[in-house]
Design a protein around this ligand. Structure first.
Ligand code: 13P
Length: 287
């Protein structure tokens, strides 16, 4: 059964580790992430962007697929199904469809509007026992065709949003989605520490987990980050393994064209990436 992310994140915050949110794109992705979480006895959050939701034929399809897998693969570790960077309408649809967690990304609205919309969604999620993530200070990079520059959140605004009763808060600290450019300045730990000081116990979320150096990840966790989002890195591992398979001409040998064979190296590569991240984040054995 899907669970809210609240308990797993509070435990992670107290235990000084982070739970990974791995974005899913299709059946292979979902299966790889769930099997790895189960094998490593780690809690996990499956992230679904609005674009990926559309690609997978809508939120109801996603909920059906994930619930089916939890049962058929006998997954017993805590799993949350979470909307990533949702609009207000998207969040409402996911709540309706059976997601156990949503992110409302109101970071592009003026703070008053972000507060207003977040407040409404917090109430709905609380009533239904779902977890909700809010964002302050937009996270740069490209996601679903939208390109933004990394910003550092205003700690006072973070406190305003945290006080609305969200479960977890994503604060921009110079992180961006996708690969980091050569001249990236790194995470702003001063911002992170200032946000933490204001929001107290609220579990913090680090987006753009792909390509952040290990030491920075560890420092971020020590400063209150309890959830780390990873998307691009699984895509890169999947693409790399698939390219190698094709380049080696394996699809032309025997039944190598069978999708169950063709997509297998990519699926294994996702597992390896997820395992590496869970070990780095410290969530192994914490289910
Ligand atoms: P990356 O694609 O950089 O790993 O970021 C993922 C993310 O933050 C999803 O919200």
């Amino acid at each position: 059964m899907l669970v809210s992310a609240k308990e797993m994140l509070n435990k992670a915050r107290d235990g000084k580790y982070a739970v990974g949110q791995f974005n899913i794109n299709n059946l292979e992705w979902t299966k790889s992430v769930l099997l790895t979480a189960q094998e490593l006895q780690s809690p996990v959050i499956l992230g679904v962007s609005e674009g990926a939701g559309k690609y997978m034929c809508g939120y109801k399809t996603v909920v059906g697929m994930v619930n089916g897998m939890l049962e058929e693969l006998k997954i017993t570790v805590p799993v949350a199904l979470h909307l990533d960077h949702g609009s207000y309408e998207g969040a409402m649809k996911c709540i309706e469809a059976g997601f156990s967690s949503v992110m409302f990304d109101g970071s592009h609205y003026p703070i008053a509007e972000n507060i207003e919309k977040t407040t409404e969604l917090v109430k709905i999620c609380n009533d239904k026992g779902l977890s909700i993530e809010a964002e302050v200070g937009s996270i740069g990079g490209e996601e679903d065709g939208v390109v933004g520059m990394g910003e550092c959140a205003d700690p006072n605004e973070c406190k305003q949003i945290a006080d609305l009763g969200v479960t977890m808060l994503a604060a921009g600290i110079g992180n961006i989605h996708g690969k980091y450019p050569e001249n990236w300045a790194g995470l702003s730990f001063d911002t992170l520490a200032a946000v933490k000081e204001k929001v107290g116990d609220m579990p913090l979320v680090l987006h753009g987990g792909t390509g952040i150096p290990e030491e920075m990840i560890k420092k971020a966790i020590s400063l209150g980050v309890a959830k780390i989002n990873v998307n691009t890195e699984c895509q890169l591992s999947f693409a790399d393994a698939t390219r190698k398979y094709i380049e080696a001409g394996k699809d032309l040998e025997g039944k190598g064209f069978d999708p169950r064979k063709l997509l297998a190296p990519g699926a294994e590569a996702i597992k390896a990436t997820v395992k590496e991240k869970m070990e780095l984040f410290g969530s192994v054995g914490k289910a």
